[in-house]
Design a protein around this ligand. Structure first.
Ligand SMILES: [Zn+2]
Length: 417
């Protein structure tokens, strides 16, 4: 009897979102992060991805910066909250609002890969930095508002895999790194797959011994699950024809955040097939499944490649079995109809799951079956807040139409397994 009452109480805790919601004040601002909590903010600018992690001791990690893309609608959605500022500046302001005071510095900025919707594209009208040394978009714009401790990317210091990287966006970014290193003490590192000591708690690591960030993959090198050993999923580059080189998305950085029994996966724009050569693709092109298998099941994940059709395969989802999925959208077709079907299918993996999309366009709503009914949210910033120690977590959806950080809805608490 006692056991069943306990089970009933647990059910109420897990599924009665309304009871939880009243505790945290839907309609009011997001309660401030507290020491011991892990916050994962999926910031919606409509123009790409930016995730801010506030780690349990207050260490801050910005994963991608959103930013201008070279593309116009329908390949990108309108800027949120509005077009009066560039996406990178909206992200910087968001970060300043939620970081613990004095909120003037980000410890780590990590770029998953070198595309404009993740780092900010440089276009002819991109303004110059106040120091005159480079132009502003995405990551370079962040540095106008906040100082950055360390930048981690997949290419430093040579930017030559799979071939020499040179375009207006990357060239400008390298000028930015040079200037910030010489004048502001910025540190820069290449992401090292396999390691669990590159992204670390910088303030009080001893207070949170169960916290870990495990580097899973970059440039096609994937952790094996043994020590820090990796293997390359891609063939040696000299064996490939130039037009068969892995595309930028497949080179994305992926990592797993663990806190007690809570696990979270994020992997940029990893994919399982090629957008333009999906007919009988070579096995190595399914990089995301190799990464998911070594990651193992997670409580929550960010969907790869904005929920595009070439990503979040059946094998990928079946390996991660997420309870919570956040889709960071930036265009029509995010998430794609077939990806949406995989995410919602009980045949891919069984059990409940809650799906949150940061921004669903009318075209996507019309084509991705019942997404507005089934998804827990189709508009707004999505914040996963993990309680001290990691045993449970909640999901907050925030109004993205202004900067008031008002809570639209709260889900959970979910128990970590
Ligand atoms: Zn992208």
């Amino acid at each position: 009897m006692k056991a069943s009452l306990f089970a009933f109480a647990l059910l109420v805790m897990v599924f009665d979102a309304d009871a939880q919601a009243s505790d945290v004040g839907v309609g009011g601002p997001l309660p401030a992060w507290k020491r011991g909590e892990l916050d994962i903010h999926h910031i919606n600018t409509g123009r790409g991805e930016a995730q801010l992690l506030i780690l349990p001791d207050g260490t801050s990690l910005l994963v991608d910066t959103s930013g201008k893309t070279e593309e116009k609608p329908p390949f990108s959605l309108p800027t949120r909250p509005d077009a009066s500022r560039a996406p990178g500046e909206w992200v910087a302001r968001y970060v300043q609002r939620v970081l613990p005071k004095p909120a003037n510095r980000i410890d780590y900025v990590l770029l998953t890969h070198f595309h404009g919707d993740h780092m900010g594209a440089i276009v002819p009208e991109s303004p110059r930095a106040s120091n005159g040394a480079y132009r502003l978009s995405g990551i370079t714009e962040i540095a106008e508002h906040l100082s950055i401790g360390k930048v981690i990317d997949r290419g430093w210091p040579n930017y030559d895999y799979p071939t020499t990287l040179s375009n207006p966006t990357v060239d400008n970014y390298r000028k930015f790194l040079d200037w910030q290193s010489a004048n502001r003490g910025l540190a820069v590192e290449q992401f090292q797959p396999g390691r669990n000591d590159q992204l670390v708690l910088l303030r009080d690591p001893k207070d949170h011994p169960s916290f870990e960030i495990r580097n899973l993959a970059a440039n096609g090198n994937v952790w094996t699950g043994v020590g820090t050993v990796t293997r390359s999923i891609f063939p040696p580059i000299e064996r490939l024809a130039k037009d068969d080189y892995p595309i930028e998305n497949k080179l994305s950085i992926a990592f797993r955040v663990s806190y007690g029994s809570f696990d979270y996966f994020t992997g940029g724009d990893l994919s399982s097939s090629d957008e333009e050569t999906a007919f009988a693709p070579a096995p190595w092109k399914d990089i995301e499944t190799a990464v998911a298998r070594v990651c193992g099941p997670v409580e929550a994940m960010k969907a790869n490649h904005h929920g595009s059709w070439d990503a979040n395969s059946i094998a990928f989802l079946a390996a991660l079995r997420p309870r919570v999925i956040v889709v960071g959208t930036r265009a029509d077709g995010h998430p794609a109809i077939n990806t949406w079907k995989r995410m919602t299918s009980q045949r891919v993996w069984s059990g409940p799951r809650d799906i949150f999309a940061t921004n669903v366009s009318p075209a996507t709503a019309a084509t991705s079956y019942d997404i507005e009914k089934i998804a827990k949210s189709t508009q707004g910033h999505v914040v996963i807040r993990v309680e001290q120690g990691g045993a449970s977590y909640r999901v907050f959806v925030l109004d993205d139409s202004n900067e008031e950080m008002r809570v639209k809805a709260v889900f959970g608490a979910y128990a970590s397994n």
